[in-house]
Structure formats: C-alpha cells, structure tokens
Design a protein around this ligand. Structure first.
Ligand code: SF4
Ligand code: SF4
Length: 376
C-alpha cells in the first residue's frame, strides 16, 4: 500500500515569524515547488464562511497560499461554488458580497475571488469519475475545472452531517455546482413552494426534461413528477428561493458521493492540499453561527494526497482532549449518552464519517496510510 507524506506544524510562533509565514514555510517543506506553476492558473478552493459565522479561516492564510503560487510564477484565484440552500452564498453576487464582508478581497488576499459555478450556480461542466460507483459524471464549477492547478485550503472542523469537514468535503461538496450539490445530497425531485413562486417561468428555461408545468390560472409553477429526473438544474434559476430539495440521501451515500466528486476535481492535473485544524467548531462554516470549538487548535497540515491529509487530521483530532463547555463535552453529560470513543461520532453520532475515508481509498483518491513529518 502506498504511504503518502503529510507535513505538519503546530500553531506555536517563534519571535518574528507570524503564522502566515510559517504556513508558507510548510508549503515549501511539503514540496509545492514540484508543481509547475509557470504562467498557470491556480484555483485555491476555500470556504469564505456564511454571514455571521466567525470560525472560517482568516484571509491572511489565503494570502499566504496565493503568495506562494505567485512566487512560483502562477496566477492564483480564490474560489468556491454557490450553495444549494438559500443562505448568503447562493448566487455569485451574494457570495462575493459575503466573501468581501468576511475579509476576502483582492486587496487583502492579493488575488481575485471568483465564484466557480457562475452567477446562478448553473455554470458547471460534467466531469467523468474514474471508478465512480455512485456518480458517473460530476457537475463541477466551470472556472474550477478550467484552472491548470488545483489547491485546496480547508478549515478542518466538525460537521453536522459528515462528522468532520476536511479536504474531501471542501473539494467534493464545495466544487459541486448547485446541481452537483443536489446530486450529492438528494435522491429525490424538487418541490416548488406555491407561496414563494412568482410565476416568472425562469426555471422552465433550465429544464431539458419537461419537468415543470405552469398553471395559467394560478400563475404558479409545479413539478411534473413523471418527467422530472431530479437533475437539480432548475434550483439555480429561481431568484425567489421557491425551488427546494430535501437532503434525503443516506449519510453513507452522501459520504461516498463526496469522495467521488473529489476524485473528479483532482484527477488529471497537479493538485495540492492544505488543512488548518483551528477553531474546530462542531458544525460547518455554512452555519450563520459557530459554536465554541470542541477541540484545541492542533496545527497546519499539507500534502499532495487529500485522503492522507484528512486521515492525518482526523487522527490528530482523535488524540486531543475535548474542550470544556463545548457541544462535545456537553454530550458526555446527556442522560442517554453512548460513548463511541471517537470525538466525531460523539459529536455527530449518525455521521458514519469513516465511510467517506474508506470509499475514497477504494476508488483510488489516495491513501489512508501516511507518514507524518513534523516541521518546527
Ligand atoms: S430537477 Fe431537473 S428535470 Fe426536474 S424540474 Fe428541475 S430541471 Fe427539470
Ligand atoms: S423560477 Fe421560481 S418563481 Fe419563477 S416560475 Fe420558477 S419556481 Fe416560480
């Protein structure tokens, strides 16, 4: 079995060297220089944080990564794709305002911020998944697939559905267009809120399957369940958040689909991955709030292998002691608490998070075996 190298450093800072500089040192130690960046477009995939959330990565870390790309002759841009749910990042305009308000501007990070799947989250490209069992063609944001080099910069934390949110979550779910996210989350078909629908018919322009019917009397749209194939294209077309999907995919399927989407993003081009285990909130940065961290700040990790990176971050977290006055330590006090001897399962018992790691290894995304190399 292949053993991947994962480089790691802690959050101790020596006199005169700030953490962004230390992160740059880590990237060089981990071998990012091996990637030919000369005149290449490099997508740096991250999460800009939902409005109100404060645990997303600081822009200073993104700047450090963008600076390294520029030092190596590349053209970096920060990117993310729009959300399926109607929060503050469901179209490119709201998403950019959110990113700017959270501190990610060209002035602060030293490079442009592009929304990977375009204005309404419909600008995607179908990418074959080699060895995919659940997904044959992943729907990935076009700008992300156009990049010559792919870099993930991940805030490693807990996650209310997938147990932890690491590199695979950031890449697989995060690079999916709105239809791609739908494909990972849902097996079903959309429903249209008749109260929210304004009868504008924009959604009909997106549907290639005659899956929508317009009632001329009520001037409302509805779904023709016989024709609709559940592709999710229509959800981005509606400016009024009238079209919704249930997150009804079983957790195991969601985990496996995420791994397959990740493979679609990274296969066939230079890629490099960075995860910062800091402010380990119990839930995703998609929440408009962040509960207190469940674990201490552990360190910064970097690798060419996104699976080894996730496994190393998980293992480091499992060795750490839960923080008091957190969701995790609260759970220990619950009357029917069942101790799984695993921080992620104790925080989110139904996540089945190990299925993601196992499936990622099965389809050849990377290795769960790794050599951890500490950088002072
Ligand atoms: S999910 Fe796809 S097939 Fe169904 S109504 Fe929407 S666009 Fe049409
Ligand atoms: S785009 Fe939205 S508001 Fe317009 S007809 Fe379709 S569901 Fe109704």
């Amino acid at each position: 079995m292949t053993v991947s190298k994962v480089y790691y450093t802690d959050f101790r800072a020596h006199l005169g060297e700030g953490l962004p500089t230390k992160l740059k040192r880590l990237l060089y130690a981990a071998g990012i220089k091996q990637i030919d960046m000369d005149n290449k477009f490099a997508a740096i995939k991250m999460h800009f944080g939902e409005m109100g959330n404060l645990s997303f990565l600081r822009p200073n870390y993104a700047k450090a990564v963008a600076d390294v790309v520029k030092e190596l002759g590349g053209h970096p841009f920060l990117t993310d794709c729009n959300t399926l749910y109607p929060g503050s990042r469901k179209n490119a305009l709201e998403h950019l305002y959110c990113a700017w308000e959270n501190g990610f501007t060209p002035m602060t990070v030293g490079c442009p911020v592009l929304i990977g799947d375009g204005l309404k989250g419909t600008d995607d490209i179908e990418v074959p998944v080699a060895g995919g069992e659940y997904i044959k063609k992943a729907k990935i944001g076009h700008a992300i697939m156009d990049a010559d080099v792919f870099i993930s910069l991940t805030h490693f934390k807990g996650h209310e559905m997938t147990g932890f949110g690491g590199a695979i979550k950031n890449i697989g779910m995060g690079c999916g267009s709105r239809a791609g996210k739908k494909e990972q989350h849902s097996n079903g078909k959309p429903f249209i809120s008749q109260g929210e629908c304004r009868g504008c018919k924009q959604c009909m322009r997106e549907c290639a399957n005659n899956g929508l019917e317009f009632d001329e009397q009520t001037e409302k749209m509805s779904v023709n369940l016989n024709n609709c194939v559940g592709c999710g294209r229509c959800v981005g077309a509606c400016n009024f958040d009238a079209i919704e999907f249930q997150n009804d995919a079983a957790t195991k399927e969601l985990n496996c689909r995420m791994a397959e989407y990740t493979k679609a993003v990274v296969d066939g081009r230079p890629n490099f991955h960075i995860s910062l285990v800091v402010d380990v909130s119990p839930n995703c940065d998609c929440h408009p709030e962040n509960d207190a961290p469940i674990l201490p700040n552990i360190g910064m990790f970097a690798s060419f292998d996104p699976l080894a990176l996730d496994q190393a971050c998980v293992d480091a977290c499992l060795k750490a002691a839960p923080l008091p006055n957190s969701q995790l330590s609260d759970n220990y006090g619950h009357e029917h608490f069942c101790d799984h001897h695993d921080h992620f399962e104790n925080t989110t018992p139904n996540s089945e998070y190990k299925t993601c790691l196992a499936h990622a290894e099965k389809i050849g995304l990377g290795s769960r075996e790794y050599e951890l190399i500490f950088m002072k």
